[in-house]
Design a protein around this ligand. Structure first.
Ligand code: PMP
Length: 430
């Protein structure tokens, strides 16, 4: 048997930082990341054979819990018929129909399947530029939309965790095509559109922000944003990569959808744990994509049949009972976290966006990235490590949401509850 430290040392020699995605490196919490070998239901198991209750859920996809037999069966069945053909399959049409029907043709008439959330948002932006003939993109600070050049300025997720303003290697000319403004600030939105409205191709927004910790949109924010953008002939790209099919059967639009974004992006749950993502919108916009239109996009693995099988099985199994369980579990866990922190006198607030939630170590809930940064973030590493020592795997950054699943039963939840008092004490005494 090897230890997690040995696994990490070996990885570091051949993988930059020992990881293939930065947040996994425990950069802000310290210590050697756990190296996992298997997962089942609400649990993950590391190279040392230690089992943890998992609240990362593969960063979102594992809505049913890990290795759900219905999903694994569908994947095995698809794999036995070939891993991919680089050609059309009936399954990809079925998945697109299922998504369209669940979300509704008011928002989605056509979809294109891609492999990652990054590709989905990148393509949506190109499409918006192609549709409007304009270049400028508006994004919100603290929002994360993947790692393409134009989207890293003041981004959330790993960019926030590493406390960097953006990324090296992005040409100034590309960065200049993105304007970043504060979240939940309609005055800033109005002012920007009044000053530069005719240059703006699109505004991209997380349906509910969850990559700087969870910061829900103020009531009516998404609707007002859409109205302002549309008044100026700009498109709205609603990024549901994280919220899609997680916060409800039809995503954030199912909870707060009294507006019509022009394009919607999906990832994570839609692929059931395999690399699959999508963008969709009205046919008039989507048909601008090649081969029908002038906006080019392609992918060797797009609509991969094994990934499509995982996505179809996951979406079909995610019924109303699953969402009711996620909501109840998230509510129970978040109030237990809050009680434990209060008992130790730790200033905190818990933010929710449906069943997504996270802690901010400050008295009042932050509403934007500046507010998120103004918290006692130093309390999170000891909290995180106390939980990990007690067998609970949390996201290794205070700027990430916690993910529950349908497999988090009473046993798993009580293991989390048992671990909370000592973790709250660790957060209090740091
Ligand atoms: N958009 C959002 C809202 C996300 O949360 C993420 C990933 N966390 C992405 C886009 C990028 O997706 P991927 O990591 O699959 O490229």
């Amino acid at each position: 048997m090897i230890t997690n430290e040995q696994a990490f040392d070996r990885a570091r020699a051949v993988l930059p930082g020992g990881v293939n995605s930065p947040v996994r490196a425990f950069g802000s919490v310290g210590g050697a990341p756990r190296s996992f070998v298997s997962a089942r239901g609400p649990y993950v198991t590391d190279v040392e054979g230690r089992e943890y209750v998992d609240l990362v859920g593969s960063w979102g996809p594992a809505i049913l819990g890990h290795a759900h037999p219905g999903v694994i069966g569908a994947v095995q069945d698809a794999a036995s018929r070939g891993l991919g053909f680089g050609a059309s399959t009936p399954g990809e049409t079925e998945l697109a129909e299922l998504v369209r029907d669940r979300v509704g043709t008011r928002y989605l008439e056509k979809l294109r399947l891609v492999s990652t959330g990054t590709e989905a948002t990148m393509t949506a932006i190109r499409l918006a530029r192609g549709a409007t003939g304009r270049d400028l993109l508006v994004k919100f600070s603290g929002h994360y939309h993947g790692h393409s050049d134009g989207l890293l300025a003041e981004a959330g997720s790993g960019v926030a965790t590493l406390a960097i303003p953006g990324s090296a290697g992005v040409p100034d000319a590309v960065a200049a095509q993105t304007t970043v403004i504060g979240y939940n600030d309609l005055d800033a939105v109005r002012a920007l559109f009044e000053a530069r409205g005719s240059e703006i191709a699109a505004v991209i927004v997380e349906a509910a922000a969850a990559n700087m910790g969870v910061v829900p949109p103020a009531p009516g924010f998404n609707r007002a944003l859409t109205e302002i953008a549309h008044e100026h002939g700009a498109l709205v790209i609603l990024d549901e990569v994280l919220t899609g099919f997680r916060v409800s059967a039809s995503g954030w639009l199912g909870l707060d959808g009294d507006y019509e974004p022009d394009l919607v992006t999906y990832g994570k749950v839609i692929g059931g744990g395999l690399p699959l993502a999508a963008l969709g919108g009205r046919a008039a916009v989507m048909d601008l994509l090649a081969p029908l239109g002038p906006v080019y996009q392609a992918g060797t693995l797009s609509g991969n049949p094994v990934a499509v099988a995982a996505g179809l099985a996951t979406l079909r199994l995610a019924d109303d009972a699953v969402y009711a369980h996620l909501d109840a579990t998230a509510a129970a866990l978040s109030s237990a976290v809050s009680l434990a922190l209060s008992a130790e006198g730790v200033a905190h607030s818990i933010q929710h966006a449906g069943n997504l939630f996270s802690i901010a170590f400050r008295e009042t809930p932050p509403t934007d990235y500046a507010g998120v940064k103004a918290q006692d973030a130093f309390r999170y590493p000891p909290f995180f490590h106390a939980m990990l020592d007690a067998g609970v795997s949390l996201p290794p950054s205070v700027f990430e949401a916690w993910f529950v699943s349908a497999a988090h039963d009473e046993t798993a939840v009580s293991r989390i509850l048992d671990a909370l008092p000592a973790a709250a004490r660790a957060a209090a005494t740091v």
